[in-house]
Design a protein around this ligand. Structure first.
Ligand SMILES: [Zn+2]
Ligand SMILES: [Zn+2]
Length: 262
């Protein structure tokens, strides 16, 4: 299962040795391009006959209302490539087909064996709707991902009892906040102090940051990861990891993070 497909998603999965043809479901949180531009690569490369692809069923996408429209237009955009490959590579048309399940409210959106995924509404700003986070339950373990959101009490509600709570975050130096477009970005996201409040109230075994929006300009440098941690520590003292590419988490009695060896 994959949540969102930003740029480089297929490449990162390759680096982790996870064949993209074996992803059972792609779940979308919202339609900002940084969460969706990797979809065609996953969908189409996952179809190719390489061992990294070789998908033996339709591409399964679950997301808010609008997912069907996005996928329909991608099918139109890549129709020529699909025709060529069916003809030339004899790839099965039914394995490049797309199945979409849309939802428009909080609740269970995916179930497979002991795995259950619950979508919950978040607040990514007035104009950026729909926007959802996900709670993933599997054999008594719970992972929660905030999606892109401002501080939102629905994350507290669905974050209850999480083993790991993965939250987005945004930060800019004070001198950068004079710029309107920077203020707009920051207002669509959660500050480190606010994320710290979410972590302090939900008390996950491990809190982790993802989607680090560390803003900069030509003259003002981006906040460092150390500064991000320090700001979070103003409101939260528990276990904390700052996510990075290829990081993996193991959820057992305790939750541990492992950085890539590469
Ligand atoms: Zn977004
Ligand atoms: Zn985003």
């Amino acid at each position: 299962m994959l949540i969102d497909a930003g740029r480089g998603a297929a490449m990162r999965l390759f680096q982790l040795g996870i064949p993209i043809g074996r992803i059972d479901a792609l779940l979308l949180t919202h339609f900002h391009s940084d969460h969706t531009v990797g979809i065609p690569d996953l969908w189409l490369t996952g179809w190719l006959s390489s061992h990294f692809g070789n998908r033996q069923r339709p591409f399964n996408v679950i997301g808010p209302i609008g997912t069907a429209r996005l996928m329909h237009h991608l099918e139109a955009a890549y129709a020529h490539d699909i025709e060529i490959r069916v003809e030339d590579e004899k790839l099965a048309r039914e394995h490049v087909a797309i199945t979409v399940k849309e939802f428009d409210e909080d609740g269970v959106v995916y179930q497979s064996g002991d795995l259950r995924v619950i979508a919950f509404t978040v607040d990514h700003g007035h104009a950026i709707k729909p926007a959802y986070g996900y709670r993933i339950e599997y054999r008594g373990r719970v992972a929660v991902i905030s999606g892109d959101t401002r501080y939102n009490t629905n994350v507290l509600r669905y974050g209850e009892g999480a083993d790991i709570l993965i939250h987005e975050v945004a930060m800019a130096r004070p001198e950068l906040l004079d710029e309107a477009h920077i203020r707009r970005i920051v207002n669509h996201h959660t500050s480190p102090q606010e994320a710290g409040r979410v972590f302090a109230e939900t008390r996950p075994k491990l809190a982790a940051f993802t989607h680090l929006v560390l803003l900069a300009s030509e003259t003002v440098t981006a906040p460092t990861v150390e500064e991000l941690i320090a700001a979070t520590r103003e409101t939260y003292t528990g276990p904390l990891e700052v996510g990075e590419d290829l990081m993996t988490f193991e959820i057992d009695e305790t939750v541990s993070a492992r950085r890539s060896q590469t």
